[in-house]
Design a binder for this molecule. Structure first.
Ligand code: OGA
Ligand code: MN
Length: 295
């Protein structure tokens, strides 16, 4: 068993790119190892464990250390026999898409549009598209905590204590305007919209475990600010999102097969880059850990 003392943290890129080495998820983990990984995760918000060879069962078992797992709401993208795993993939087998091909193609955090958004997600890379020796389909991560800390005092005063409205139906509308109604998960998203009423969340969330303040905005989902007119609110959200995604807060994760990456859905937002074609296979398995009410 790996002991906590063998764990090494390698800082790849500020503020979110941290690799955790010395943990083999295919072997039984000591409780103190799991606790150490969770502590490192809380501290950094995005961590990668490279070179993992794990089964769906091992992926699920490790994920459960972070809390109860949530099932992704679209059944046909769940891994057969393992509904805890949501398949993100462009692979078509026997005429059937085995996963969602266009997941997360906008700055967002997972399940932001629900009253109790997910705590974290664990994405495991099984197949990564390559072209000319370069990996495609990177995922960008931006630190909403570092972005909040760096806000000028007057903007902090404007956003602190204010709520914002988050709308899944609005997201679906915006997506279909951009990609067309028939694309990949779009028709399922339209069906899902009825089941997700709009929700208010604080524009500045307090991280439930670290107490850090985080800007809580997902593009196309967060659509109005309490106490502000439509235009003023939209303008503020646009400026805040541009601030969050400034290069100094963004880590680009270039995937390698065997990466297990964990992201926090409060202290980070992420965005998937769709720079590969339908025949360049990408296969990712995601588990999702439930979260609580926001504050
Ligand atoms: C997700 C997601 C990003 C990616 O699964 O929630 O946003 O790069 N995926 O696949
Ligand atoms: Mn996502």
């Amino acid at each position: 068993m790996a002991s906590a003392t063998e764990i090494e943290i390698v800082h790849v890129n500020a503020p979110l790119g941290h690799e955790v080495r010395g943990v083999d998820l295919s072997r039984p983990l000591a409780a103190r190892t799991v606790e150490a990984v969770e502590r490192i995760f809380d501290m950094y918000g995005v961590i990668t464990l490279r070179g993992q060879t794990i089964t769906p069962e091992q992926h699920i078992a490790f994920s459960r250390h972070f809390g109860a797992l949530e099932r992704y709401p679209i059944d046909r993208f769940l891994l057969p026999g393992h509904p805890e795993i949501f398949v993100v993939s462009n692979i078509v087998e026997d005429g059937r898409a085995i996963g969602m091909a266009d997941a997360g193609r906008v700055w967002h955090s997972d399940m932001h549009f629900t009253a109790t958004p997910s705590r974290c997600s664990l994405l495991y890379a099984r197949e990564v598209p390559m072209r000319d020796g370069r990996a495609l389909g990177a995922t960008l991560f931006a630190s909403t905590a570092a972005a909040y800390d760096a806000l000028p005092r007057d903007i902090k005063a404007t956003v602190d204590g204010r709520r914002a409205l988050n709308s899944y139906s609005r997201y679906v509308e915006r997506r279909s305007a951009k990609v067309g109604g028939g694309k990949s998960g779009q028709s399922e998203r339209t069906k899902q919209a009825d089941q997700h009423p709009d929700v208010w969340h604080p524009l500045v969330r307090t991280h439930p475990r670290t107490g850090r303040k985080c800007l809580y905005i997902s593009d196309e989902v967060t659509c109005a600010v309490e106490g502000m007119g439509e235009t003023e609110g939209e303008q503020l959200l646009k400026e805040l999102l541009a601030h969050i995604t400034r290069p100094e807060f963004v880590y680009t994760h270039e995937w390698r097969v065997g990466d297990l990456l964990i992201w926090d859905n409060c202290s980070a937002v992420h965005n998937a880059i769709g720079d590969y074609g339908p025949d360049e296979r990408r296969l990712m398995h995601r588990t999702t850990v439930a979260g609580g009410p926001t504050f």
